[in-house]
Design a protein around this ligand. Sequence first.
Ligand code: SF4
Length: 452
Amino acid sequence: MADSVNFTNKDRQHKTVFFETFGCQMNKLDAELSLGLLQEEGYRIVDKADEADVILFNTCSVRQHAEDKVYSHLGALKMLKKRHPEVVVGVLGCMAQKDGEAIFKRMPHVDLVCGTRMFSRLPELLLTIKNQGSHVLAIDEDQIVSVKRPVAYRPNFYQAFVTVMRGCDNFCSYCIVPYVRGGEISRTIADVKEEVQSLVSNGCKEVTLLGQNINSYGKGLAGGITLGHLLSELNDLDGLERIRFVTSHPADMSRDLIRTMSRLSKVCEHLHMPAQSGSDRILQEMRRGYTAGYYRDLISYARELIPYIAVASDFIVGFPGEMDEDFQETVRLMEDIRFQNCFIFKYSPRTGTKAAELKDDVVDEVKRARNMKLLELQKSISLEQNRKMIGRKVEVLVEGASKSDSHKLSGRTRQNHIVVFNGPAVLVGRLVNVVIHEVTDLTLYGKPEDCS
Ligand code: SF4
């Protein structure tokens, strides 16, 4: 590991960085924070790897496909590195943590391997490479990552993600996260509050709190702190309009937290709580710690207390031993709960996890067919749910121009629906009431009630 380094003005010379991120929202936020740190050190972000002095990949290990892609990108840089040995190539994040030294062996032209808890030291690691001309491996797991948010890089002015905890202690049998992100560590309420306050002072209206297992926020902090306490404190911040949090784990989601959500006006009526399967047998093999019945009861309770709450989920199809009857249980759960939206994944074994010891016995063709079946079912449910929104007035935080039509504006409801409508640019960053008149399974279209 590199020793601490002092920067000189010469070190802060203008340099360019290309940064590509794979994986989850937490990786995207880590990328945002890393780029902010690098910009503060004088780096300029470029869109093409062959224009950069530093090429960094922030990686994901959740699926093999994402890792293969990174190794293929790294392989493609071999020639460039031969022509320009001064260019620095780095691998950050989960894959770096998981594969460590082995990355240098497989890809000797890589200069930096920087794990999930080290990216706040990125500028000094790059400087060490420059000064010492050697590979740097930085995968210390004991580091507590609490990064001061740099003001330099902020992709969305009105909405921000804030990491409140890192790591996971759950060890679901298919998941690599606890191995690459380490155990759960929560930031203090004061630390999070300071960051959110600073974001709000800079114009931010909505925060999404991030944690791999956010319902166990506070474990390890003194005084029996819970996510409910954090939400209550943030709810009192003047200028902050909306609070979201992801990702909820059913086994760690308490009824007390649902009650807290129901009484805090700024906490949005939206819950992303992955069910993963509707079969109790498979849930047990997955080591999820709940049954489908428990999941149903939680959702009923949330819907009782929070009218219009939107529920999103994740599902894995083709887990080892998943029989057709198990899959039908998943279909039934999806039909009964009627989620707003779902992410559906085909199981792929990750070396080092418990499930990887099981025979991956569901053939790819069956996995694909089950995946397709759930996608189609969810699409029809989303459309049916969205049709119920026609004629309703919804509060939209306007984010900017619509991605599909730059002449229109786009924003999100408290339930996380995407809403597209005609309106003047002055509405960007404001909360606007929009009456919905048309929908697809993915988007609501409407008319703002008041453009004054
Ligand atoms: S709760 Fe389970 S699926 Fe989620 S990060 Fe932890 S181990 Fe992985």
